[in-house]
Design a protein around this ligand. Structure first.
Ligand SMILES: Nc1ncnc2c1ncn2[C@@H]1O[C@H](COP(=O)(O)OP(=O)(O)OP(=O)(O)O)[C@@H](O)[C@H]1O
Ligand SMILES: [Mg+2]
Length: 372
């Protein structure tokens, strides 16, 4: 069965269940993990479970981030979407189609509809930028004239119209990733997967690649699923996020909600690493207090709390002991919020007074650690 036939069958099934008059495609998420798991090696002794029992949906047209530490299972999870890794339990559906049920032909069809970009770009060094972008079209048997008509505009789209004849060794990292993005778009996919696409790039180049992905998402309506270990990446472009730890999804939701009010320890740790703290402060944070230490707390202001003079009240509550160490007003998906990093005595009495104040005012806070 080809992916087209599979997709038609899936659509027919959804329509058969369906609400009269509704668009059957609209209710199906672009990607659905249903109890999906991956075990490498033998089952039982000697094997390793990299991804376990993941239930997660990726909304159509959105940019969704999956964040986790190194070894958490991010690459394994994203490679299950285009069948580069087979699930060993549960299933993954792409646009309603069970990836595990596809044969060779079906998988080839799926990979035309699911583009992918990589940390190290994976370009062929013996081919020019043009010929790298043309490769998936050649494989799909597209004729030369149609390839020429397709590749030029794609190189223009990613800002490399003048680099068509350059080889990868003549391009910067950011330019190579732009070639990778154009290649991933060559077959008009409906889903783009990104495995740490900006991890090998400097901060400025990272921003420009993220801007490009945002523009492609908005202009082409392409769904994007990206994995990263950096909260900054998620915060910059993803409207939704899932946090993966040791192969399991520990938290998921709107990026704004997860970033302003993280629930899981892993999320808090990833988030603390992304805060723009001065280096002297970052390097002196300890997980446990010693006598006389100060507690370091992140206060987050959004919605109703953004408009109240709570910092002044906190200072009044704790006496002159509060130090303000960093602060910023930012936004996620257009929603603004403020955050402030403060320190005060870790003395249990002071901490109890502060916590009472947070509870009464509804201020969102997290302890980042302790400093001398
Ligand atoms: N082919 C394999 N055989 C056995 N174990 C594997 C295999 N591939 C990955 N693993 C293990 O599965 C776990 C998850 O690996 P994965 O590459 O998915 O992590 P990741 O979150 O992408 O990490 P990173 O951020 O370092 O890229 C790791 O402990 C890894 O050692
Ligand atoms: Mg990885």
């Amino acid at each position: 069965m080809t992916i087209q036939q599979a997709a038609e069958q899936a659509d027919a099934r959804t329509a058969a269940k369906g609400q009269p008059g509704s668009d059957p495609g609209a209710s199906v998420p672009m990607v659905a993990f249903e109890g999906a798991g991956k075990r490498y090696g033998p089952s039982g002794e000697g094997g390793f479970t990299a991804v376990e029992n993941v239930d997660l949906t990726v909304a159509r047209g959105a940019i969704t981030g999956i964040i986790g530490r190194s070894g958490a299972g991010k690459s394994t999870l994203i490679r299950m979407v285009n069948g580069l890794e087979a699930t060993t339990s549960g299933k993954v559906l792409v646009d309603g189609v069970d990836v595990g049920a596809l044969g060779e032909d079906g998988l080839r069809g799926l990979r035309r509809q699911v583009g992918m970009i990589f940390q190290h770009f994976n370009l062929l060094s013996s081919r020019t930028a043009f010929d790298n972008v043309a490769l998936p079209l050649e494989i799909a048997g597209v004729d030369k004239a149609a390839i020429r008509a397709k590749v030029g505009p794609l190189l223009d789209l990613v800002g490399l119209g003048d680099k068509a004849g350059r080889y990868p060794s003549e391009l910067s990292g950011g330019q190579k990733q732009r070639v990778g993005i154009a290649r991933a778009l060559a077959t008009d996919p409906k889903l783009l997967l990104s495995d740490e696409a900006t991890s090998a790039l400097d901060p400025e180049t990272t921003q420009s690649i993220l801007e490009l992905l945002k523009r492609i998402n908005a202009e082409l309506g392409l769904t994007v699923l990206l994995i990263t270990h950096e909260m900054e990446v998620v915060k910059t472009i993803a409207s939704h996020v899932a946090v993966i730890d040791a192969g399991r999804i520990v938290e998921a939701g709107r990026t704004f909600d997860v970033y302003t009010n993280p629930q899981h320890e892993t999320t808090r740790t990833l988030l603390a690493a992304s805060l723009k703290l001065p280096e002297w402060l970052r390097s002196s944070i300890k997980p446990q207090p010693a006598a006389g230490d100060r507690v370091l707390v992140r206060l987050v202001f959004f919605g109703e709390t953004a408009f109240r003079p709570l910092t002044g009240q906190l200072v009044a509550e704790l006496g002159s002991d509060v130090n303000i160490l960093a602060g910023a007003i930012e936004e996620i998906s257009g929603e603004p919020f403020g955050s402030l990093v403060v320190s005060y005595s870790a003395d249990p009495d002071v901490v109890a007074r502060a916590n009472r104040f947070y509870a009464e005012t509804g201020l969102s806070t997290e302890v980042l650690g302790y400093v001398a």
